[in-house]
Structure formats: C-alpha cells, structure tokens
Design a protein around this ligand. Structure first.
Ligand code: SF4
Length: 187
C-alpha cells in the first residue's frame, strides 16, 4: 500500500522556525506542504506583463520608495517559463486576450494571477467592443486590485493576500509519493 510522506525532520537547531511548525528541542518537525507553501509564498516571481497605465504603478512597486523586495517578489521575469505569478496591469483588449492566455499556459504550475486595476478586473471605463470586461473571462484570477489606478501600496497588499492564500494551500493528492516496494528495495 503506498505510503504518504507528511513530515520532514531537520536535525539542526539553526533551522529557521516556519509558521505552523512544531518545535521539540533541537528537532523541528513540519508538514511537507507547509514548507513548500512557505517557500513558494515568499519567493514569488512575477511575470512582466504591463498592458496600460497601471503598469507604471506596477513598476513603482519595485523601485526604492515601495520596494517589493521586502516581500520576496521583486524578481520580475521576461519569460513565462521562469514566472509563477502573472500581474495583469491594465486594460485587456480582445486582440491581446489570446496572447495573454498563451503566455499564461506557458507558465509552469503552480501559478497564480493578480488582476490589477478596474480595467483588468471589469473593463473599467472602457465598456466597449474592444476591451475584455474582466480578465477572469480569459484566465483564472486569484486576487483583484481595485482602483484607477491602484497605488503601488495596493499592489503590495494584493501580493501579501496572495501569499496568505498560498500558505494555506492544500496539496491533496499532489504530493502522494509512491515508495518502492520491499521486493524492489531488496533487489
Ligand atoms: S485602471 Fe485606470 S490606470 Fe489602470 S489601466 Fe485602467 S485607466 Fe489605466
């Protein structure tokens, strides 16, 4: 019968204590999914995907005044294969929608999406034939940022909300590992 790995044990007192971890002497025991969630949540790599004026605010978040690096998310990537969070910053035109979807599909799992601004989230003031009335019609959105334009602080708050969501992520059958059978091990 396949075993399920649920805990990881560190024999090192210098191991940093992560939220939700039991501590017993110098041995720290944590659920595997908790460690992976903490690692993923605190090292998000956003995809560079500015579509309109909201992108200026997004760029400001990584500059010195707001400094998204404090939350481990300042490493914007220019290729979807190195990114795990797409920030849709600006209005999404119907012409751009298939491109957005293709780039989203090229991102490896697990991946998340932040819809930044009124335009990306609902079409905003552009209620017309050319603009998608909500990016969630094209990709699944995890966090919406209201406003026109949202301030860099608002985007940082959205990143923090996304981090909370990732930290509580349940893996279910995703981490069910099948060990080798006894026959295979003795061979
Ligand atoms: S929400 Fe405002 S700032 Fe953002 S893309 Fe739309 S019009 Fe521009």
């Amino acid at each position: 019968m396949p075993k399920r790995i649920e805990t990881v044990v560190f024999h090192d007192s210098s191991t940093p204590v992560i939220g939700g971890i039991e501590k017993a002497g110098v041995v720290v025991v944590a659920p595997l999914e908790s460690i992976l969630n903490q690692a993923r949540a605190n090292a998000l790599w956003p995809l560079t995907f500015g579509l309109a004026c909201c992108a200026i605010e997004m760029m400001s978040t990584v500059a010195a005044r707001f400094d998204l690096a404090r939350f481990g998310s300042e490493a914007f990537r220019a290729t979807p294969r190195q990114a795990d969070v797409m920030i849709i910053a600006g209005r999404l035109s119907k012409k751009m929608a298939p491109v957005l979807r293709q780039i989203y599909d090229q991102m490896p799992e697990p991946k998340w999406v932040i819809s930044m601004g009124a335009c990306a989230s609902s079409g905003g003031v552009y209620n017309n034939y050319a603009i998608v009335q909500g990016a969630d019609q094209v990709v699944p959105v995890d966090v919406y940022v209201p406003g026109c334009p949202p301030s860099p602080d608002a985007l940082i708050y959205a990143v923090m909300k996304l981090q909370q969501k990732i930290k509580h992520r349940k893996f279910g059958k995703l981490i069910e590992l099948k060990p080798r059978s006894l026959d295979e091990e003795s061979a």
